[in-house]
Design a protein around this ligand. Structure first.
Ligand code: FES
Ligand code: FES
Length: 156
């Protein structure tokens, strides 16, 4: 089947199989490997991308469901002004080690900040519960996102 997607801001026509998952299309067909495959069962969040601005687990999300919608991967997000403040906070707080979880983590953080859902540590813990990290112990991530959330609140 053929679908039309706004992929990272570019109108894109894709030939897919009806049962194909979005992560397979992104990584295998399009070479967009920023979204990572780990659990493949909608648990770890490393495959997170945005569909119409909302985070989804691409490993378990049918590509067909994106027809007529906007898909943002980390490759597209890094070209937007919203990327830099998150990247800077992660750098300041050393909030990554291997980086495998980071693309999905960054996209989830962006979406939740936009929705005003990250305001304090409990809300950050809750919001990021679906994005697992094997390296950092989470303290540095919480510090980075806490700073971003505080800046967002201060900016009104
Ligand atoms: S690889 Fe998709 S949630 Fe883990
Ligand atoms: S930085 Fe390695 S899994 Fe998160």
């Amino acid at each position: 089947m053929r679908i039309s997607v706004d992929l990272n801001g570019v109108p894109t026509s894709l030939d897919i199989e009806p049962q194909e998952f979005l992560l397979d299309v992104l990584r295998d067909d399009l070479g967009l490997t920023g979204a990572k495959r780990s659990c493949d069962t909608q648990v770890c969040g490393t495959c997170t991308v945005l569909v119409d601005g909302a985070p989804v687990s691409a490993c378990s999300y049918l590509a067909a469901e994106t027809d007529g919608r906007a898909v943002t991967t980390i490759e597209g997000f890094r070209e937007t002004p919203a990327f830099e403040p998150i990247a800077a906070a992660f750098t300041r707080h050393a909030a990554l080690q291997c980086g495998f979880c980071t693309p999905g983590m960054v996209l989830t953080i962006h979406a939740l900040l936009e929705d005003g859902e990250l305001t304090d540590e409990p809300s950050i813990r809750h919001g990021l519960a679906g994005n697992l990290c094997r390296c950092t112990g989470y303290r540095s991530i919480l510090a980075a996102v806490g700073e971003l959330a505080a800046n967002r609140v201060a900016a009104g």
